[in-house]
Design a binder for this molecule. Sequence first.
Ligand SMILES: NC(=O)C1=CN([C@@H]2O[C@H](COP(=O)(O)OP(=O)(O)OC[C@H]3O[C@@H](n4cnc5c(N)ncnc54)[C@H](O)[C@@H]3O)[C@@H](O)[C@H]2O)C=CC1
Ligand SMILES: O=C(O)CCC(=O)C(=O)O
Length: 528
Amino acid sequence: MTQSFEIRGDLLIGSDSTGGNRTVRAINPATGANLEPAFAVASESDVAKACELAAQAFDVYRATSPEQRAAFLEKIADNIMEIGDILIERATEETGLPVARLQGERARTVGQLRLFAQVVRAGEWLDLRVDPALPERKPLPRPDLRLRQIPLGPVAVFGASNFPLAFSVAGGDTASALAAGCPVVVKGHLAHPGTGELVGRAIRAAVAQCGLPEGTFSLLTGANETGAALVRDPRIKAVGFTGSRGGGLALGAIAAARPEPIPVYAEMSSVNPVFLFPAALAARAEAIGTGFIDSLTLGAGQFCTNPGLLFAIESPDLDRFLQAASDALTGRAPAPMLTPGIHAAFDKGVAALVEHDAVKTVAHGAPAEGVNRSPGIFFETEAAEFLADERLGHEVFGAASLLVRCKDVDQMIAVAEKLEGQLTATLQIEAEDYATAAKLVPVLERKAGRILANGWPTGVEVSHAMVHGGPFPATSDSRTTSVGTLAIRRFLRPVSYQDLPEGLLPAELRNEGVRALPHLLDGVRKGS
Ligand SMILES: NC(=O)C1=CN([C@@H]2O[C@H](COP(=O)(O)OP(=O)(O)OC[C@H]3O[C@@H](n4cnc5c(N)ncnc54)[C@H](O)[C@@H]3O)[C@@H](O)[C@H]2O)C=CC1
Ligand SMILES: O=C(O)CCC(=O)C(=O)O
C-alpha cells in the first residue's frame, strides 16, 4: 500500500507529534517569501523527551540482528522514494537548488542507506577478533580473549544547510549511526524544515514498520539553543555535524564541558587547494579554466569541497588559464544562495577580499537579479602576500576563489606547508609533472583527507575507500570520515570479553557465530 507523507510543522519525538511551539517558517531563498506552515520549535523538555526515548530504545535497537538492521535501513530508503515529487518540490522551494541537483541528491541519500545495509550484513564492521586461550603457555597461561565493536549510544545529528537530503535528516551521519546500532536524534536545520519533516516521517514510518522501539529516531526542529540542549543531554553519547567552523567549535566546547565529555565529529571549513602544474597548463589550460569555473559555481559554490584556492607557477600558459576561466565566469548568472544569512556571510567575505590591497579581482559573474544572489568571483594574489596574511586562506562559503601566483615549484610547496587542514587537495598534472608533484604529495597527505588528480573536488563518491575528512579545521577529528562506509566507525567502540562462558558471550563471538563472519583468529584473517 502506498503511504502518504505530509508536512504539518510537527516535531517527531518518537511516535509523538505534539511538542514545541509553532513559531518559525521556512523562507524561499529564491523569492524571499515565507512558506507555510509554521513549524514547531523544540523546547528543552522536548529535547529531554527525545533523548529519554532514545536511551530506552538503545539496548533493544542494538540487539537487532544484522538482517533486521539492514532491512530497516532499506525500508527508510524505500519510504524516502515513496514520498515522491513533493520531496523534491519542497526542497527546491526551501533551498533554491535546482530540481536535477535535488533528484541526484535523493539518489545519493537512498544509495547511501542501501550501501550501509550491505555493510551491516557483511559484518566486517564488528571487527571480530579471537585470541584462543593458551593454558600451557609459560610462564603464564593466556586467557581466552574475544573482541567485538558495540555502538556508543544515542547520537545527535545536525543536518547541514547545503545538502538538504544527503547531509541532513537521513544523511550520512544518520545512516552510519543507525547502521552502527545507535538511536538518532536529529537537530533539523531551519533552512529546510519541511524537507526535513518529510524525510523524518519516512524514517519514523520505517521504525514502526520494522517493529523497532519508537525512540530509535526523533527529529527536533529548532535554532542553536535546541542543538546546545541536545549536546548537553547526558543520554547523548556522540555528535555528527556539518556546518560552520564557529558552529562545530561551539558544539565541541559544549560536549567537552559535560561531566561526561563525548566525541563530536564536526565537518567544518575547507578551501580545497588546487595545484596547477606547468605541463598540465601547457597541455590543457582552457579545459582546466572552464572545469574550474564549473566546479566553483556548482550549487552557487555552497559545497564544503568548493575549490576556493588555486596555486600555479607564473607562465604564459597560466595567462591562458586565466583568460579561459574569466571567459567562463563572466556573464554567468548567479543562483540564489541557501539562506539570507549565508548570502550575507558570502558578501562580507567577498568585500574583505575586494578591499584587500594585495588582492586583485580577475573576473566575476553577471550582476544579481533577484534576492539572495551574488555573482561568483575569482581573485588573484602573490605567494608572498598569501604567506603574509593568514586570512587569505580562510573559507568564503560560496562561489569565490583566490589564485596564488608562485615563482616556482619550491615556492608552491612552501605555501602548501602553510595551509590549514583540508577536506581535499587537487593536482592538475601531466606525465612531465609527476616528478615535481611527487615532492608535494607527502605535504598534502599531512594536510588533507583526499588527494585527487585531474578532477575537481566537488562531488564526493559514497563508497568504501572514500575519506571526507581531514585535519582541523576541515574536521574536528582527522581519524575518520563523514562520507563512505568507514563513517560507521565513528559510532562504535571495542569491548573485549575475557574467559566469558560461551552462554554469556554475544552470539557473534560464540564459536559458531564467529565462524560465520569475517574475523581475526590469533591475528590471522579468516572468513572474508
Ligand atoms: N563547510 C561546510 O560544509 C559548510 C559551511 N557552512 C558555513 O556556515 C555558515 C552558516 O551556515 P549554516 O549552515 O547555518 O551553519 P551553522 O554552523 O551556523 O549551523 C549548522 C547547525 O549548527 C547549529 N549551530 C550553529 N552554531 C551553534 C551554536 N553556537 N550552538 C548550538 N548550535 C549551533 C545550527 O543551529 C545548525 O543546526 C555559512 O555561511 C558557511 O560559512 C555552511 C554549510 C556547510
Ligand atoms: O561535494 C560533495 O559532494 C559533498 C560536499 C559536502 O560535504 C558539503 O558541502 O558539506
